[in-house]
Design a protein around this ligand. Structure first.
Ligand SMILES: [Zn+2]
Length: 392
């Protein structure tokens, strides 16, 4: 592989994330007379070798201004009176025509998005009205100016990344000497989580374009940090930790989904700063050695803010599908400081499938049929999340 271009690509991706997160922060500080349009998402897809499509999800119809610049080739889109309503993470998506995306709120109230290109393109833009579940959209199509363009600045790794499968890391909680919660009938959390994880793995692996990685395949003790490490080694796109709850009151029941809280993120950033070699890897090739620790910590926090936003969205999609087959303990995704959710660059959720301390739920969790239904619901939630991010 080409280490320079890889580092550069990661740097660009990260910087885009930071600038999007930064734009989010600045948007809180400005006050405008007319309430701004909310930009709620940016989705990028490669329709063909000669066609890239960028879709902006908006709270209402907007005016926009699009123009092309060269040296280097880029497309600038100004959205009038618009603010990003949350951390938008489109930065990791590249296509053969587009190598990056940057955005920032401007003092004028406009929101500027810059698409960095590999070569000159013919841009076309149009707006779409709400349709079914989709709201207002601005669509920008980029067409190659000549057919079959020679690949420019596309490293082997970028090409592989575009084609690579979606890798889902599944983490069966507890294991080995740590049984986790134990039900009245003796059901052990570590066995239930492994059984459900294996069922999800089968569903994932039989779906084209998906591959599952388990953090443990058998009844084995694995420290929390090594679970995340294994997922990272496999370049997992999502991380899912499975658990079963327990409470002194046996009537407590229902599933819950957790994402990392910002407090957790901050202390993890601090820990990573202490291990500079890890931290420089995690923030994508930016060496922290010559930088102020505060700046480094802010950079990591911004990256993690975007990841937590992703995790919350993933969590709510999974929760919605779990709600179709199970009682929910909490209707909204909860946030807490779980060690296994602290990877700054991998959306991660923890699922408390049910309460082993509740006799009916213990019975459910022992049933292979119920485990299968739960596995299917969780995978449906994951697919729904990925679909909402990738299609028009
Ligand atoms: Zn647990």
């Amino acid at each position: 592989m080409n280490p320079f271009s890889t580092a550069r690509r990661l740097f660009l991706q990260r910087m885009t994330r930071f600038s999007i997160a930064f734009a989010l922060l600045s948007s809180h500080q400005s006050s405008l007379a007319a309430s701004p349009t909310a930009l709620t998402g940016i989705r990028i897809s490669q329709a063909s070798d000669n066609h890239t499509r960028v879709v902006f999800d908006l709270s209402r119809n907007i005016e926009h201004n699009l123009f092309a610049l060269s040296d280097p080739h880029r497309i600038v889109i100004d959205l009038s009176n618009t603010r990003a309503s949350k951390a938008l993470d489109a930065s990791s998506q590249t296509t053969n025509l587009m190598k990056g995306i940057r955005s920032a709120a401007r003092d004028s109230g406009e929101y500027r998005v810059v698409l960095d290109l590999n070569s000159k393109v013919r841009p076309r833009s149009f707006t779409l009205q709400p349709d079914g579940e989709k709201g207002y959209r601005l669509v920008v199509d980029l067409h190659a100016t000549k057919l079959n363009p020679t690949p420019i600045l596309t490293s082997q790794q970028e090409r592989r990344k575009r084609k690579k499968e979606m890798i889902i890391a599944i983490d069966p909680g507890h294991g080995g000497r740590d049984p986790g919660a134990i039900g009245r009938k003796g059901t052990r959390e570590k066995d239930v989580t492994l059984a459900v994880a294996k069922k999800i793995k089968i569903l994932v692996n039989k779906t084209p374009g998906f591959r599952a990685v388990l953090t443990r395949e058998r009844d084995q003790f694995v420290v929390l940090r090594n679970r995340v490490k294994k997922a990272r080694e496999h370049q997992a796109d999502l991380f899912l930790s499975l658990h079963a709850d327990s409470f002194h009151n046996p009537s407590a029941r229902g599933a819950s989904v957790y994402a990392l809280s910002l407090d957790g993120a901050s202390s993890e950033a601090a820990r990573l700063i202490a291990q500079k070699e890890n931290a420089s890897d995690l923030i994508g090739g930016i060496s922290l050695d010559d930088k102020d620790e505060l700046i480094a910590s802010v950079l990591l926090d911004l990256s993690q803010t975007a990841t937590i936003q992703d995790s919350l969205e993933l969590g709510s999609d999974v929760l919605r599908h779990l709600g179709k087959m199970s009682r929910l303990n909490n209707r909204a995704v909860q946030q807490a400081e779980f060690a296994v959710l602290k990877a700054p660059d991998m959306p991660s959720i923890l699922i408390e499938t049910a309460f082993l301390s509740n006799p009916q739920e213990e019975k459910n969790l022992r049933s292979s049929k119920y485990q299968q239904k739960m596995a299917q619901a969780i995978f449906n939630g994951i697919k729904a999340h990925l679909k909402s991010r990738q299609t028009i």
